[in-house]
Design a protein around this ligand. Sequence first.
Ligand code: COA
Length: 252
Amino acid sequence: MTTDILTKIENRILTITFNRPDKKNAITAEMYQAMADAMADANTNDDVRAILFTANGDAFTAGNDLMDFRDNPPVTEEASVSQFLKQLVVAKKPLVAAVNGIAVGVGFTMLLHCDIVYLSETAQISAPFVDLALVPEAASSLLLPARIGHAQAAEIFMLGKRMNAAEAKTAGVASDVFAPDALGAAAQKAASMLSKKAPAALQQTKRLMRGDTDAVAARMAEESKVFGAQLLSPELAEAVMAFMQKREPDFG
Ligand code: COA
């Protein structure tokens, strides 16, 4: 079992912690699986009333592990990343995220599925899919334009623009922003408050607010096909090679 993801259930809160700080918490297949399993269990466990995502180190997560992408491209529906993303869609319990630093790629797009998103003042969020020869995932091609408008979403996906914490709050991607040393307590407090609310009312409120999850799941499946094809493309190979060699990619 990996220790790159830590999970614990305490006081009716499932806490999922990214714990691979030396790699900026980049997510491997094993880590996706650990999160998917913990979330699937929490969904049917009446003792869990809220799920809290946190991270150790100075980054929230640098997104998918790029070397894992290249070496084990997740091109099937059974891939652990797909299982994790599905759990974000079917989650009945409220999701809280404490974003302490950089959140890249899925580190950003998973926040669109979270209900309470707290950022540290130092957080930077980005989803530079096109820069990596990829396309948006986690239904973010649907959810982000719906949340912030097409023009701003295009800057993020197509130009690779980073948002700082204040911009993310203004755009409606984050609930609130805290000083770095206050973030953990604020997120814990929110999760704790949620864990004491009337569970049926809370879960139904989430369901009503989230709307048509079939459309979200359908978009996720469509994205996944295109994403899978891009993963096998020469463009992706060049993007990963460039990252490893610490140079700009040359897409010709
Ligand atoms: N996959 C695999 N390894 C990653 C990674 C990723 N997504 N992001 C960071 N790492 C590794 C680096 O290779 C480096 O490893 P090393 O110490 O063995 O060389 C280590 O984490 C620290 O990263 P580094 O780039 O030195 O830190 P930084 O503070 O200069 O930059 C980032 C941090 C997140 C801005 C930068 O690492 C980055 O752009 N990562 C890629 C993000 C990305 O494109 N994710 C995919 C989205 S779909």
